[in-house]
Design a protein around this ligand. Sequence first.
Ligand code: NAD
Length: 418
Amino acid sequence: MEGLTDGALYKNTIRNMEHAAKITKLSQSAVERLRNPRRAIIVSVPVRMDDDSIKVFAGYRVQHNQVLGPFKGGIRYHETVNLSEVAALAALMTFKNSLLNLPLGGAKGGVTVDPTQLSKRETEQLTRKFVSEIAPWIGPDRDIPAPDVGTSSQTMAWMLDQYSNESGFSQTGVVTGKPVEIGGSAGREAATGLGVVYIIEKVLEKQNRKIKGVTIAIQGFGKVGMHAAIEAHLLGAKILAVSDVHAAIYNPEGLNVPELVTYYNEKMTLDGYHGAKKITNDELLALPVEVLAPCALDGTVNSNNAEGVKAKIIVEGANGPVTANANEILHAKKCLIVPDILANGGGVVVSYFEWVQDISWLFWDETQVREKLRMVMDRSFDKVWDFSQRNSLDMRTSAMAVSLMRLEGAMKLRGQIW
Ligand code: NAD
């Protein structure tokens, strides 16, 4: 479908799916259904700007598959958002939720906008208009958005409020990743980064090592990257480098993460931080570290820089950070890559916990959330690891294979394929 399924990330996602489908001997009818999203909604989002002009932004919600339960996936605000990228991210959510054994389908949404150029009032208006436009297709039993790049717990609070206003009653279960005060879950903010760290620990465990003293570089210092740095530092890992869109910084002795977080929260940039040397994002990727965690955007590890990567373990905190070509180059270099649908699953696992708490009106404390998250991440990792060992396959193919087997089983039971 032109514009929907022809972007690089979409094609790469489907290529991975088809490769794993051959290995698991998935039926052709299952492959056909998963190749195309179920529904794609395109809306225009008019905003009255602070100077009284009107700007109209393009908004998207793509619902890929709901055989396992309601659609679920984040909302992205970024200037590069387009229909095909949103569709690819929606498909990844289908595969992720299946792999993690959650009763959820896959969706994603986004608005093509640079959120750093909007005032708070303009962002709120953009969010409310976007929700109004997609309201008929979302809801606690239909499709549950969450934060992603460029959106936050505040964005989710506005979405919840607008959706509730239009329904006539409060519907806290319509979004996840919202503030704890209005129905959010303890531990949601750190969940994706924490999950990334749990996965790093599992890989090291297979090599009979602990995380203490292990050197790590993290690309991206947002909701995923910052919390991965905080949690890994607490466990004694050495975070040698981190980056954001403005700057990358490096300290061979290990960064003082708590001090760095305070600096970042004040300045909203890593640029100018004195406790480290400024380097480029490509230099960060090529550092002699044991673990590299790309936690920014898709396609950041590509054929231009993969040859330089020295880390022997890559844990994909972001969605689709390693391109197909880079994947081949890194594979040849015997680099172990834990794919996005497993590595960054912590966010949607705690989003699922949040949704369960909202619809049952019973809330858990952070210790309970972390214990349950650890259980799901460990179990999912073990399943993928065992499959890869038994079949001599890489982790990316194995994760997709485990996910596809569950999806195919559900589609057969529901009579969607035969
Ligand atoms: P965010 O907006 O909070 O942070 C993104 C970070 O990446 C920022 O620090 C930004 O400065 C940086 N960045 C952007 N472009 C960059 C570049 N070219 N080089 C280096 N850094 C760059 O977003 P996030 O929520 O942390 O999401 C990051 C990735 O993780 C995305 O791929 C997202 O889809 C994925 N993800 C997020 C969650 C979640 O719970 N937020 C869950 C699963 C996956």
